[in-house]
Design a protein around this ligand. Structure first.
Ligand SMILES: Nc1ncnc2c1ncn2[C@@H]1O[C@H](COP(=O)(O)OP(=O)(O)OP(=O)(O)O)[C@@H](O)[C@H]1O
Ligand SMILES: [Mg+2]
Length: 152
Protein backbone atom coordinates (compact mmCIF):
# COMPACT_ATOMS: atom_id res chain seq x y z
CA UNK A 1 0.00 0.00 0.00
CA UNK A 2 2.69 2.44 1.05
CA UNK A 3 4.86 1.46 -1.87
CA UNK A 4 1.97 2.09 -4.24
CA UNK A 5 1.34 5.51 -2.82
CA UNK A 6 4.99 6.42 -3.25
CA UNK A 7 5.01 5.29 -6.87
CA UNK A 8 1.92 7.33 -7.64
CA UNK A 9 3.53 10.45 -6.23
CA UNK A 10 6.72 9.89 -8.29
CA UNK A 11 4.63 9.53 -11.41
CA UNK A 12 2.80 12.74 -10.68
CA UNK A 13 6.07 14.63 -10.78
CA UNK A 14 6.73 13.34 -14.27
CA UNK A 15 3.21 13.61 -15.59
CA UNK A 16 4.52 14.82 -18.95
CA UNK A 17 6.09 11.39 -19.39
CA UNK A 18 3.55 9.11 -17.77
CA UNK A 19 0.41 10.90 -18.96
CA UNK A 20 1.39 12.75 -22.12
CA UNK A 21 -2.23 13.20 -23.16
CA UNK A 22 -3.29 14.85 -19.89
CA UNK A 23 -4.20 18.53 -19.80
CA UNK A 24 -1.34 19.06 -17.35
CA UNK A 25 1.18 17.63 -19.82
CA UNK A 26 -0.35 19.89 -22.45
CA UNK A 27 0.34 22.89 -20.18
CA UNK A 28 4.02 21.94 -20.01
CA UNK A 29 4.07 21.79 -23.80
CA UNK A 30 2.53 25.28 -23.83
CA UNK A 31 5.40 26.51 -21.66
CA UNK A 32 7.79 24.83 -24.11
CA UNK A 33 6.17 26.65 -27.05
CA UNK A 34 6.34 29.97 -25.23
CA UNK A 35 10.02 29.45 -24.49
CA UNK A 36 10.61 28.53 -28.14
CA UNK A 37 8.77 31.65 -29.37
CA UNK A 38 10.55 33.92 -26.92
CA UNK A 39 13.87 32.69 -28.26
CA UNK A 40 12.98 32.68 -31.93
CA UNK A 41 15.85 35.01 -32.85
CA UNK A 42 18.46 33.47 -30.59
CA UNK A 43 20.17 30.15 -30.22
CA UNK A 44 18.84 29.36 -26.76
CA UNK A 45 20.85 26.61 -25.12
CA UNK A 46 20.48 27.03 -21.36
CA UNK A 47 17.42 27.69 -19.21
CA UNK A 48 17.49 28.29 -15.48
CA UNK A 49 14.38 27.69 -13.42
CA UNK A 50 13.99 29.32 -10.05
CA UNK A 51 11.42 31.13 -7.91
CA UNK A 52 11.31 33.57 -5.03
CA UNK A 53 10.00 31.19 -2.39
CA UNK A 54 10.03 27.56 -1.29
CA UNK A 55 7.60 24.96 -2.60
CA UNK A 56 6.45 26.97 -5.60
CA UNK A 57 6.97 24.21 -8.16
CA UNK A 58 10.53 24.74 -9.41
CA UNK A 59 11.54 21.08 -9.36
CA UNK A 60 8.25 19.81 -10.79
CA UNK A 61 8.33 22.36 -13.60
CA UNK A 62 12.01 21.80 -14.39
CA UNK A 63 11.58 18.02 -14.63
CA UNK A 64 8.43 18.14 -16.75
CA UNK A 65 9.74 20.90 -19.01
CA UNK A 66 12.90 18.86 -19.55
CA UNK A 67 10.72 15.87 -20.51
CA UNK A 68 8.65 17.75 -23.09
CA UNK A 69 11.77 19.37 -24.55
CA UNK A 70 13.42 15.96 -24.89
CA UNK A 71 10.22 14.65 -26.48
CA UNK A 72 10.66 17.32 -29.13
CA UNK A 73 13.86 15.53 -30.14
CA UNK A 74 16.24 17.92 -28.41
CA UNK A 75 19.11 16.52 -26.41
CA UNK A 76 18.46 17.77 -22.90
CA UNK A 77 20.66 17.79 -19.81
CA UNK A 78 18.72 18.54 -16.63
CA UNK A 79 21.04 19.76 -13.86
CA UNK A 80 19.83 19.85 -10.28
CA UNK A 81 21.68 22.90 -8.96
CA UNK A 82 19.45 23.18 -5.89
CA UNK A 83 22.13 22.48 -3.32
CA UNK A 84 19.74 23.03 -0.43
CA UNK A 85 16.85 20.74 -1.25
CA UNK A 86 17.71 18.62 -4.29
CA UNK A 87 14.97 16.25 -5.49
CA UNK A 88 15.84 15.07 -9.00
CA UNK A 89 17.33 11.84 -7.64
CA UNK A 90 13.88 10.94 -6.28
CA UNK A 91 11.94 12.00 -9.36
CA UNK A 92 14.17 9.95 -11.66
CA UNK A 93 14.96 7.25 -9.09
CA UNK A 94 18.74 7.34 -9.42
CA UNK A 95 21.53 7.46 -6.88
CA UNK A 96 22.92 10.78 -5.75
CA UNK A 97 26.35 9.71 -4.55
CA UNK A 98 27.82 11.51 -7.54
CA UNK A 99 26.48 14.68 -9.12
CA UNK A 100 27.13 18.37 -9.66
CA UNK A 101 29.04 18.79 -6.38
CA UNK A 102 31.39 15.84 -6.94
CA UNK A 103 32.01 17.02 -10.48
CA UNK A 104 32.73 20.62 -9.46
CA UNK A 105 35.18 19.38 -6.85
CA UNK A 106 36.77 17.09 -9.44
CA UNK A 107 35.92 13.85 -7.68
CA UNK A 108 34.03 12.61 -10.73
CA UNK A 109 34.46 13.31 -14.44
CA UNK A 110 31.74 15.13 -16.40
CA UNK A 111 30.80 12.07 -18.47
CA UNK A 112 30.61 9.81 -15.41
CA UNK A 113 28.37 12.23 -13.55
CA UNK A 114 25.62 12.29 -16.15
CA UNK A 115 22.90 9.65 -16.01
CA UNK A 116 20.58 8.41 -18.70
CA UNK A 117 16.86 8.43 -17.95
CA UNK A 118 13.97 6.38 -19.25
CA UNK A 119 13.03 9.36 -21.42
CA UNK A 120 14.80 9.38 -24.80
CA UNK A 121 17.19 12.34 -25.21
CA UNK A 122 16.92 13.28 -21.54
CA UNK A 123 20.00 13.07 -19.33
CA UNK A 124 20.29 14.27 -15.78
CA UNK A 125 22.95 15.42 -13.40
CA UNK A 126 21.74 15.21 -9.82
CA UNK A 127 23.08 17.57 -7.16
CA UNK A 128 25.54 15.19 -5.53
CA UNK A 129 26.06 15.30 -1.75
CA UNK A 130 25.26 18.70 -0.28
CA UNK A 131 28.44 20.63 0.63
CA UNK A 132 28.82 23.09 3.52
CA UNK A 133 29.46 25.95 1.07
CA UNK A 134 26.81 25.65 -1.70
CA UNK A 135 26.86 29.32 -2.71
CA UNK A 136 30.62 29.41 -3.24
CA UNK A 137 30.51 26.25 -5.30
CA UNK A 138 27.76 27.55 -7.60
CA UNK A 139 29.48 30.87 -8.18
CA UNK A 140 32.86 29.25 -8.78
CA UNK A 141 34.87 29.53 -11.98
CA UNK A 142 34.59 25.73 -12.32
CA UNK A 143 30.79 26.05 -12.47
CA UNK A 144 31.04 28.61 -15.25
CA UNK A 145 33.40 26.48 -17.30
CA UNK A 146 31.23 23.41 -16.66
CA UNK A 147 28.20 25.14 -18.22
CA UNK A 148 30.31 26.12 -21.23
CA UNK A 149 31.63 22.57 -21.52
CA UNK A 150 28.10 21.11 -21.29
CA UNK A 151 27.08 23.21 -24.29
CA UNK A 152 29.76 21.83 -26.56
N1 LIG B 1 1.56 23.51 -11.04
C1 LIG B 1 1.33 22.93 -9.86
N2 LIG B 1 0.11 22.88 -9.34
C2 LIG B 1 -0.13 22.31 -8.15
N3 LIG B 1 0.82 21.73 -7.39
C3 LIG B 1 2.05 21.74 -7.86
C4 LIG B 1 2.40 22.34 -9.12
N4 LIG B 1 3.73 22.18 -9.32
C5 LIG B 1 4.19 21.55 -8.24
N5 LIG B 1 3.20 21.26 -7.36
C6 LIG B 1 3.32 20.59 -6.08
O1 LIG B 1 3.82 21.54 -5.15
C7 LIG B 1 4.77 20.94 -4.27
C8 LIG B 1 6.10 21.65 -4.37
O2 LIG B 1 6.61 21.47 -5.69
P1 LIG B 1 8.15 21.42 -5.99
O3 LIG B 1 8.84 20.47 -5.09
O4 LIG B 1 8.27 21.23 -7.46
O5 LIG B 1 8.54 22.92 -5.61
P2 LIG B 1 9.97 23.56 -5.40
O6 LIG B 1 9.81 25.01 -5.75
O7 LIG B 1 10.99 22.79 -6.14
O8 LIG B 1 10.15 23.37 -3.84
P3 LIG B 1 11.50 23.56 -2.98
O9 LIG B 1 11.60 25.04 -2.71
O10 LIG B 1 11.23 22.75 -1.77
O11 LIG B 1 12.64 23.05 -3.82
C9 LIG B 1 4.85 19.47 -4.67
O12 LIG B 1 4.03 18.72 -3.83
C10 LIG B 1 4.34 19.46 -6.10
O13 LIG B 1 3.75 18.22 -6.43
MG1 LIG C 1 12.73 21.88 -5.47
Amino acid sequence: MRRNKRNVSKQRHLIAFYKPKSTTAEQYRTIRSNVDFSAVDSDLKTIMLTSSGPGEGKSTTAANLAVVMAQQGKKVLLIDADLRKPTMQYTFRVSNTEGLTTMLTKQTAFEDTIKKTEVDNLFIMTSGPIPPNPAELLSSVVMESFIKHALT
